[in-house]
Design a protein around this ligand. Structure first.
Ligand code: 5GP
Ligand code: MN
Length: 319
């Protein structure tokens, strides 16, 4: 594995850098992307930000400089170095997967266990609750100036991947880093307002849908949201994903799955579990990834097939 000190050297040698995170970006993906990107710009690098543009949460525009993002596919040869953050496999990069894997000088900085060496350089620390903590370590080793903007981006990542310091991945490092980021001027109130206080109408619609359509099967729960359902609610996957923790917040539930149809007969499964179930194992077995208590994978098939698949899963791990 490449060390953070080696990464600083790799970055120093590049002039033009493209940086990207995973599709359906969450707070940690954008936090890592914009914190690292802003630092790179501040030290004089020419930085281009890429993102698979599907379903970006609308409130991100009030915190991150999303106007900088480019969505179209790009020629990898335009850049000296490509960096992917918060992504555990090439398919997480969505439409930019090909450009990334074709480039010779690529770097991954992540907090998910990496299943394969899919980039020339890989740094990952799966003990970190958020990838923003890894970016913070990198910036500290690089003696970077952590501006209030960078501090806010990083704080958002730590806060969102720990569910505001509530999930079981929350540890001492989260608080140490958060405290440092406050010192550097992170706007924690703005983060809290957009992440946890103001819900848009489509977010409320999706929450109502999840509660109304929840299927409980002993200590397991799931809900399926089709493209038609999303259409009727004028909602997208970004609105759904903020409710991923909902099912596991009910007493007695050990595994919760929210399946969202993102293409016809193609579902994104967002899984959450108690300490009794390891969803990372389930996700990896089905071509996905993530963490022990929060992981995801895809399922191709009809809604009826998916219900059978989920029930089969429940049977296999019956506690
Ligand atoms: P979420 O349910 O919030 O979308 O994702 C939970 C965790 O699982 C995150 O760390 C996310 O990166 C990971 N994850 C979600 N879906 C996938 C997937 O399809 N493939 C992989 N490799 N990881 C996923
Ligand atoms: Mn993350």
């Amino acid at each position: 594995m490449t060390t953070l000190t080696e990464i600083i050297d790799i970055i120093n040698q590049a002039k033009t850098i493209a940086i990207m995170g995973h599709k359906y970006p969450d707070g940690d993906s954008f936090g890592s992307l914009f914190a690292l990107g802003t630092y790179l710009e501040n030290i004089g690098k020419k930085v281009t930000y890429y993102c698979d543009n599907r379903d970006i949460k609308p409130y991100f525009q009030f915190i991150f400089p999303v106007k900088k993002l480019k969505y179209a596919k790009f020629k990898p040869s335009k850049f000296d170095l490509l960096i992917a953050v918060d992504s555990s496999s090439p398919n997480r990069l969505g439409i930019h997967e090909d450009s990334f894997t074709k480039h010779k000088n690529t770097l991954v900085i992540d907090h998910h266990i990496q299943q394969e060496q899919w980039s020339k350089y890989i740094y990952f620390d799966e003990k970190r609750a958020s990838n923003c903590e890894n970016v913070y370590s990198l910036l500290t080793i690089a003696n970077a100036e952590i501006t209030p903007d960078i501090a806010t981006y990083l704080y958002l990542g730590v806060s969102s991947d720990t569910g505001s310091f509530k999930h079981y991945n929350t540890n001492q490092n989260c608080f140490t880093v958060a405290s440092k980021l406050l010192e550097y001027g992170a706007d924690i109130h703005k983060v809290n307002d957009y992440l946890y206080r103001y819900y848009t109408s489509s977010q409320i619609q999706t929450e109502k849908f999840i509660l109304n359509n929840l299927v409980i099967n002993s200590n397991f729960a799931y809900v399926i949201i089709t493209m038609k359902d999303l259409d009727e609610m004028r909602a997208n996957k970004g609105d759904v994903s903020m409710h991923s923790d909902k099912l596991i917040s009910f007493a007695g539930i050990d595994l919760g799955i929210i399946a969202t149809e993102t293409k016809p007969n193609y579902f994104d499964l967002s899984m959450r579990s108690s300490e009794k179930v390891n969803v990372q194992e389930i996700a990896v077995k089905n071509g996905g990834g993530g963490h022990k208590r929060a992981a995801g994978c895809n399922y191709e098939g009809t809604k009826e097939d998916l219900i059978k698949f989920i029930n089969q899963l429940f049977m296999e791990i019956k506690l």
